[in-house]
Design a protein around this ligand. Structure first.
Ligand code: HEM
Length: 430
């Protein structure tokens, strides 16, 4: 049976993983208060994603609308979705190869690793959430790591995220109410920054900071104030927790796969040797990290950060032998395809080598969704993770505390924030 509710699980794989031997690959169910079609079929999943806006539409529950706000990209459809998505894509393209972004991700990685030098145990997942958030708020809003605002923003984002997986009970103190309040505070904070900047003199602006993404959004005359705020929150919401979770999953799987870790280390040592005295990495170095890419892709396949998305059929649909009635909810289950033994040999084995044929594997994964709603930020997330991993594998060894494990909530979390024993393995670089 499909298990969409929060629960803990002693195996990261067995989560939202319907028993297809009992129900078949496509079956009817009653989920989130409506009649639904659940699909574990690779072709049908692709068909659903590719036909967004034509035969299917995004259909997140009403409670999520209250939390996300009416201008969120996840809820927007048609022309508005296209307009907002183009703004986000422009941010990502602008940021990806910007030396300032790469430098920021690398500096923050180094300083976080330095700060662990004398620690025996680290709550890794908690720490790296701060890392990915710091990179994002720096690029979007020029909030610096030493700025106390960073902690408040993180706190509000964590409450905001908790709201997604909570029951929508509109009473004081519930996760749902706290999430709505947290979103209001975050919106007010971004709005205040916009208003303050509107009064800034050009000269003063140049003296205070380099142009950041808020400056770029502010100059976009097609967006109203609410849309500008919502774009900032969407990038943060989409970006920081997913990237931190992928980084934690990679580190979790590496701890259990010494041979893979060794191969990864060799790749990063080679990059370091080639760089000689040159301290910082660049876009070309990132492109050399081929095995690192395989490791991240395999962690995404096994870890299933996003297990499904919410869609609704906008007309009666026939696909292969399946009939989907108009108005029914549709859940393409990514986990099921990622762990389907007819598609992946030994699907429960963490084996990055299967990604050496990237073209073939990419047809069997929807870790970043697909179609017009495909994730715009995957590459940006991977870049930060790759830079962090570079310094991590060159400077530390780690061991997972015996009872630590990923749990499905249904978003991936870790029992004790992924408690690790850390040992500096080398003189910390640089
Ligand atoms: C690295 C881990 C990440 C994973 C696994 C991931 C996964 C996904 C998935 C599956 C979707 C599709 C949702 C749907 O179809 O309804 C999505 C959408 C989205 N993601 Fe990501 N994402 C990641 C990183 C990021 C980053 C770093 C950013 C921002 C910088 C980002 C921003 C977004 C946005 C704005 C959307 C909405 C797109 C739309 O509705 O058109 N994501 N992501």
């Amino acid at each position: 049976m499909l298990t969409p509710l929060a629960h803990s699980c002693n195996n990261v794989f067995h989560v939202i993983q319907p028993d297809t031997s009992l129900y078949g690959k496509v079956f009817k169910s009653n989920i989130c208060g409506g009649k639904a079609i659940v699909s574990c079929d690779k072709e049908l999943n692709m068909f659903i994603l590719q036909n967004e806006g034509k035969l299917f539409t995004s259909d997140y529950p009403k409670a999520m609308h209250d939390i996300l706000g009416e201008y969120s990209l996840l809820l927007a459809t048609g022309e508005i979705h296209r307009k907002l998505k183009n703004v986000i894509i422009s941010f990502i393209n602008l940021t990806k190869s910007k030396p300032g972004f790469l430098r920021c991700a690398e500096n923050l990685s180094i300083s976080m690793l330095e700060s662990w030098k004398n620690c025996r145990e680290i709550e890794f997942h908690k720490e790296v959430k701060m890392f990915t958030l710091s990179v994002m708020v720096n690029q979007l809003l020029s909030i610096k790591p030493e700025d106390p605002a960073r902690r408040y923003v993180l706190q509000d984002f964590l409450s905001y995220m908790k709201g997604f997986i909570s029951l929508p009970i509109p009473l004081p103190g519930t996760a749902y109410t706290n999430a709505i309040k947290a979103r209001k505070r975050l919106s007010a904070r971004v709005m205040e920054m916009i208003k303050q900047r509107e009064h800034e003199e050009e000269e003063m602006k140049k003296a205070v900071r380099e142009e950041d993404f808020l400056d770029v959004i502010m100059s976009n005359e097609d967006l109203n104030y609410e849309e500008k705020v919502s774009v900032v929150l969407d990038i943060l919401l989409g970006g920081f927790e997913t990237s931190a979770t992928l980084l934690s999953l990679v580190v979790y799987f590496l701890a259990k796969s010494p041979n893979v870790l060794q191969k990864l280390k060799e790749e990063h040592e080679a990059i370091r040797v080639k760089k000689g005295n040159e301290k910082f990495m660049n876009w070309e170095d990132y492109q050399k990290m081929e095995f690192t890419q395989c490791v991240m892709s395999e962690a995404l396949r096994c870890g299933n950060i996003v297990k499904t998305v919410h869609r609704k059929a906008t007309s009666d649909i026939k696909f292969k032998e399946y009939a989907i009635p108009k108005g029914w909810k549709v859940f393409p289950i990514f986990t099921a395809v990622h762990l389907d033994p007819s598609l992946h040999e030994n699907p429960y084995e963490f084996n990055p080598m299967r990604w050496t044929d990237k073209g073939k594997m990419n047809k069997k994964t929807t870790a970043f969704g697909g179609g017009v709603r495909v994730c715009p930020g995957g590459e940006l997330g991977k870049l930060q993770i790759a830079f962090f991993l570079h310094h991590l594998v060159l400077s530390y060894r780690w061991k997972i505390k015996s009872d630590e494990m990923p749990i499905a909530h249904p978003y991936v979390e870790f029992k004790r924030d992924m408690l690790l024993e850390m040992y500096p393995s080398n003189k910390l670089y640089p």
